[in-house]
Write a protein that binds this ligand. Sequence first.
Ligand SMILES: [Zn+2]
Ligand SMILES: [Zn+2]
Ligand SMILES: [Zn+2]
Ligand SMILES: [Zn+2]
Length: 489
Amino acid sequence: MTAKEWADFSAWWERVTAPDYREWEEGVRRIGGCAHPIHLRGTVRLVDTTTGEIVYELGDGIDRTTLLVPCGNRRREWCAPCSRVYQWDTWHLVKAGLVGGKGVPDSVAERPRVFATLTAPSFGPVHAPYEDHACHPRRNGGQCEHDQPLACWEQHAADDAAIGQALCAGCYDYAGAVLWNAHASKLWHRFTDLLRRQELPRAAGVTRAKFASQVRVSFVKVTEFQRRGLVHFHAVIRLDPVAAEGRVPGWATPELISSAVHRAVPLARLTTPYSLAGQWDLSFGTQVDVQPIPAVDSEAEGHNADAVASYIAKYVTKGVEDTGSAHRPVYCKACRGTGLAGACHGCEGSGLRISPAELPGPLHARAMVGTAARLGGFSEYRELNLRRWAHQYGYGGHFATKSRSYSTTMAALRGARADFRAEQTRRRLGVTGELAVDSELLFSGTGYANRAEEQIAEGIRDAIEENRIEGRAALAELLAEEERWKDWI
Ligand SMILES: [Zn+2]
Ligand SMILES: [Zn+2]
Ligand SMILES: [Zn+2]
Ligand SMILES: [Zn+2]
């Protein structure tokens, strides 16, 4: 046994033989084995409001006890159990907007809706997997000015690390790609505005005012990072009657939404501010996919509601990790990435906590991060906060957004879960009346004390995972369904 193994073993032994072990283990189990729990210290009392009796007490006010609560992080890379909860909430939220339930009327299932995918344009050739042909077959090949071949005759496997990498980093327009990411949310807003105010009324043959008086457009969208480091958007777009009990007019059909989307996408454009790096006219890529989502028992062609909900839920737990980027921000927090005109001691003026040369990941990812960091120094791009978002290649938008009227909210779903737990607690404690919580808690830290605690938590996490019942097959189904979806690179 090495000294380190001995130290690990001692820490483990100390943990499992401590008098509070059972309680601690129960706490870790209760938070699903969260990888980065939050510690709260203080007292919690549960009071039966009918009798006024204290039915449960954590900490007696003198000997304050630590309570573990889950980190609640969305990203799988950071915390698998919490990201799974987030993923399931998203699934329920999207599904409720398609078939009803969770406080959403069942009539939503009859409303016209589509599943649309908007992509980024090309900023230069990247390696891509095709089933039926080579990556970049060019007969008279040739080389670019950096002596890199212009052709690639490989037929890349889906897991080939080359996928998404530029054929030549010298030729690739990294500044354009970063600025596209940085403006993607703005482009999305332009697109939804055009759809709502111009293209849907036009396709319906009614005035904007008449359209707005009869129909409301609602959507839920998720952001996906493609392997080449550019974002694209998947969205459910639905038409609702303005009157709560009403129906949408006859012209409101999935076909109408589809043609309006196809017209609105190329019209959503913007021009970046001019800088020494250049100026770009930005718009979505030409690949736009729009599929109807028919009502559940309908014979019509299209995607089914479960598959769409699963597809969207799958992406909400992801960040840029599939593209090999740094997982954490790389900007200098001391100066918020500004470098303070060279005077910041934290970063010696670079605005970064690490130098672009030390960034992890493949060349393409590093070039995207490095470019965002460099452009972050241009005053013309100040409001884009490019250094703050450099680790996400310039994208600082949300990973999941929805319009207010789409369906229930994450907060409502969390509330429902809390109610369910309270009901379980009431039963466990044999309380018939309402329970009141009287607590006084303060933040006292995060994470686990040592590697031993982490390992025990991992074990608990694995055990919970193994016991997971098969009713959760919807995400597995998605894998089969996914074959049918184009994965644009
Ligand atoms: Zn967690
Ligand atoms: Zn290739
Ligand atoms: Zn080149
Ligand atoms: Zn600094």
